[in-house]
Structures are given as C-alpha cells and as structure tokens.
Design a protein around this ligand. Structure first.
Ligand code: NDP
Ligand code: 8X3
Length: 255
C-alpha cells in the first residue's frame, strides 16, 4: 500500500457538503470516490477535479443495499484501500407537523438517512478495519438529532439514530483503530432546504435571509480536519451552529 494516496469515499457528492468535501479532499490530493444518484453532476465534478486528483465517480442510490455491496466489491485496486468514509447522503422532507406528513415521506427519510448509512457502513467496514490506524467513519448527523423542534419529526429522529450508531460503532471497533464521529451541523446553506420544501425557492430564500449560515465549505473544512486528526484521537460528536442560530425556549400551550 505504500506510496498510495489516501482514499475518501463520499456519499451524496453531487451537491452541498459532499460536493464541497470532494473538492477539498481532491485539492489536498486525496483520491476521491464520489457517489450520488445524479450521474450528470458526478460526471461534471469528475471533469473539474480530475486535474487535481484521482476521482472515481459512481452512480449510487444508498437505499439500494445490493447496489452498494456490488459497488464496493468491484472497486478498482487504486480506490480500494479506504481511509475515510463520509456518510453524508441524506435529506429532510415535509417541514410540517407530523400529523400532516405522508407515510411515504417518513419512509424516504428512514430509507435514506438510516438504511442508506447502514448499507454503506456495513459494506465498507471490512475495508476500514483492514486499513486500521488512521481510518475513520464520519457520519453527517445534525443538530436535529439532539434538539427537538416542530416539523423535524422523523428527520430529527434519523439523525438521533446516527448519533447513537456512531457511539455504538465506537464500542465495537475498539481495538481496530477505526475512528467514528457524528458531525452535527446546524443551519447551512446548500440545496437541503430546496429539497425539504419540495423545490420552494421563496421558502429557501426566506430561511437564509439576513443570516450568515454555515456554508458547504465550512463543513468540508471540518470533515477534512476530522479525517486528518492524529491517529490516536477520536472526536465522538462535533456540533456546529452558525453564530446567528441558538435555542428559543420551550413552547407552552395556554387555555
Ligand atoms: P444537499 O441537498 O445539498 O445534498 C444532499 C446530497 O445527498 C446530494 O448529493 C444527494 O445526491 C444525496 N442523496 C440524497 N438522497 C440520496 C440517495 N438516496 N442516494 C445517494 N445520495 C443521495 O444537502 P446537504 O449538503 O446540506 O446535506 C448533506 C447532509 O447534511 C445530509 O445528510 C443532511 O441531512 C445533513 N445536514 C444538512 C444541514 C443543512 O442545513 N444543510 C444541517 C445538518 C445536517 P443525489 O440527489 O444526486 O442522489
Ligand atoms: C439540518 C439542520 O436545523 O434544519 O439538519 O435541523 S436543521
């Protein structure tokens, strides 16, 4: 393996945090596996990053366990010694009260944010354990996994799952040297709100209006920092908000 570049596997690299991370890791000359469902975006990103680093684009829906396992088992040798897995693909839907959400939307969030992470992690664990010292899994959780708010319902619950999965993986991986982190961002400007609101550009604009939210690049920097910590250090959970965001107390219903 000596002389080989570090390899990072990123889910959801077609947009937002994942795309910014792909750019940063490529600039730093890591070999980058970029995945997502939108092949046209992956192709464009590959073209942009190919002058900087080795890029392996692969159209992948993380919900499809068979495709994930097939993809991982056919990785070219150059990309198969994976040092860092970034479980980033995810989405929120239906920012309304639970009683108004379709069951399909709840299922989509569970299938993507929970089952997707489980599918990819299960397929890559043997490779990360084989890599050993320096390896890490970074799960992109959310402040919604810790703090409740109206309209978060199953989305926040999926991110709470990721937090606990991260901690529990750490227990089982003790002795393997593989690190696990739950990176939990707050308000960040990506395509996230556009997806969440079903393409409502006005709602998206309104949410970020007169704020300085986190950027995709801010989170990419944190992902790179975590991936490059000294081998003996593990950040269990890193929660980051923009300064403009804070809590706003309990809500009390009055008669
Ligand atoms: P974006 O919508 O910009 O990016 C989401 C990415 O996930 C896209 O690349 C999308 O790719 C991918 N994705 C979604 N579903 C699937 C799927 N089934 N299979 C494979 N890839 C999928 O949002 P963000 O960059 O903001 O989101 C990234 C992560 O960060 C998510 O897990 C989100 O929950 C989390 N997060 C976001 C915050 C924010 O405020 N923006 C704050 C805290 C956490 P494609 O559609 O091509 O498949
Ligand atoms: C996304 C951040 O604040 O919308 O996970 O839940 S928030």
């Amino acid at each position: 393996m000596s002389g080989q570049k570090n390899v990072v596997f990123i889910t959801g690299a077609t947009s937002g945090f994942g795309q910014a991370a792909a750019r940063l890791f490529a600039q730093e000359e890591w070999s980058v596996i970029i995945t997502g469902r939108r092949g046209d975006r992956l192709k464009l990103l590959e073209e942009q990053l190919a002058p900087l680093a080795s890029i392996y684009p692969y159209v992948l829906d993380v919900r499809d366990a068979e495709s994930v396992a097939e993809m991982v088992s056919t990785l070219p040798e150059e990309f198969s010694h994976i040092r860092t897995l970034i479980n980033n693909a995810g989405l929120a839907l239906a920012p309304v009260k639970s009683q108004e959400v379709s069951l399909q939307d709840w299922h989509t969030m569970i299938d993507t944010n929970i089952k997707g992470v489980v599918n990819v992690t299960h397929a890559l664990l043997p490779k990360l354990i084989e890599y050993g010292k320096g390896a890490s899994i970074i799960n992109v959780g959310s402040i919604a996994g810790e703090w409740p708010y109206p309209g978060s319902h199953v989305y926040g619950a999926t991110k709470a799952f990721l937090k606990q999965l991260s901690y529990n993986l750490r227990c089982d991986l003790q002795g393997s040297h593989v690190r696990v982190t739950d990176l939990a961002p707050g308000l960040a400007k990506t395509e996230f709100t556009l997806v969440r609101t079903g393409g409502d550009e006005k709602a998206t604009e309104d949410l970020y209006k007169n704020t300085i939210p986190l950027s995709a690049e801010d989170i990419a920097q944190q992902l790179y920092y975590i991936a490059n910590l000294p081998d003996h250090m593990n950040i269990n959970r890193l929660e980051i908000m923009p300064v403009c965001q804070a809590w706003n107390g309990f809500s009390i219903e009055r008669e």
